[in-house]
Design a protein around this ligand. Structure first.
Ligand code: ADP
Ligand code: MG
Length: 320
């Protein structure tokens, strides 16, 4: 089962460049969260800070009662075993076949025998649909297969937390949909706490339980998917609906004149909130909320046509 990650007042700068300040959020145990933000807002820096590869200037990251920002390198080594991380390109060793790539963390971090290792590698290759490709070199694979191999390797130590840095970058929409389904199925099976950094609005709208948005050196908002998808807050609204009109410009921020000119422009209505992606077998994940639940509990009328129906808010549970 996954574990909660409690992030309080996190601030990070490089020299005089502040990347973000006072980032506070809780990644709930066993839930899937997505982190969005324009390029260069420090999403990758945040992931690296979570696994202890970078130290924040201030703030805390509490996992299982320990503030990892205050741990010595030696103890961090133990905490890192809780994490499985899938970096952008899968970060496979080019000269090793897939089997050895996936077996690598087991050989480095455990005393398992080769036959035990074989069993684990086989199980994880099966999980990501790569059985039969063990002898292939990373260079012989498609981008999608490389990502799945990277995922298999991230899973071999049975992580309680899985971080994905732009898993969909360089993938076509069909492969992205397959990878998203794999992430949802994985969460259903192992219940790990998952954080996905992505640029893909469709992924953000349909996959996670929670969404966060980094913008202008701070966390603009973090909360349940339905909260952000029904939000009228201009930055959130612009980003989640991929609109040109709003405070985010080509060079991250618009100037005062541009914003003033837009203030009188009527914004298009919020699009319907889509149904959340279900696991392949149709059985909801243990932490999955029924569609419309957050809106109903918070007295928010979702945009017309939300959750795949025209009869908004009638009986949201019936749609699950
Ligand atoms: N190790 C580092 N040293 C100095 N600056 C860094 C380092 N890592 C990242 N940065 C800077 O931090 C900012 C955020 O980077 P990054 O987290 O990669 O953005 P994102 O993933 O949101 O696109 C960038 O301006 C980048 O140049
Ligand atoms: Mg990045």
């Amino acid at each position: 089962m996954g574990v909660e990650i409690d992030i309080r007042g996190l601030t990070k700068s490089f020299g005089r460049q502040v990347i973000w300040r006072d980032v506070t959020l809780t990644l709930p145990a066993g839930e899937i969260s997505v982190l969005l933000g324009p390029s260069g807002t420090g999403k990758s820096v945040l992931l690296k800070t979570l696994v202890g590869l970078l130290r924040p200037d201030a703030g805390s990251i509490v996992i299982e009662g320990q503030d990892i920002c205050r741990l010595k390198e030696r103890d961090l080594y133990e905490v890192r075993k809780l994490f499985g991380v899938l970096f952008q390109d899968g970060a496979l060793f080019g000269s090793m076949n897939l089997y050895d790539n996936v077996a690598f963390p087991l050989r480095e971090h455990t005393r398992k025998s080769e036959s035990e290792i074989r069993a684990v590698v086989r199980e994880k290759m099966d999980l990501v649909g790569l059985v039969g490709a063990e002898d292939k070199l990373p260079g012989e694979l498609s981008g999608g297969m490389r990502k799945r191999a990277g995922l298999a390797r991230a899973l071999v130590l049975d992580p309680k937390i899985i971080l994905f840095d732009e898993p969909d970058s360089g993938l076509d929409p069909v492969r992205t949909a397959f990878l998203n389904q794999l992430i949802v199925d994985l969460n259903q099976r192992i219940g790990a706490t998952i954080l996905i950094v992505t640029h893909d609005i469709n992924t953000a709208r349909t996959v996670p339980d929670n969404i966060g948005l980094l913008y202008h050196r701070h966390l603009a908002m973090f909360g349940p998917r339905e909260m952000l998808l029904s939000s009228e807050e201009s930055v959130v609204r612009q980003f989640l609906n991929a609109q040109r009109v709003g405070p985010i410009g080509m060079s991250e921020e618009k100037d005062a004149d541009e914003l003033a000119a837009e203030r009188d422009t009527e914004l298009p209505p919020l699009p319907p909130i889509p149904l959340q992606m279900m696991p392949s077998d149709g059985v909801p994940r243990s932490r999955q909320r029924p569609p419309g639940q957050w809106c109903a509990e918070n007295g928010i009328v979702p945009p017309a046509g939300s959750f795949g129906g025209s009869d908004v808010g009638a009986d949201p549970a019936a749609a699950l």
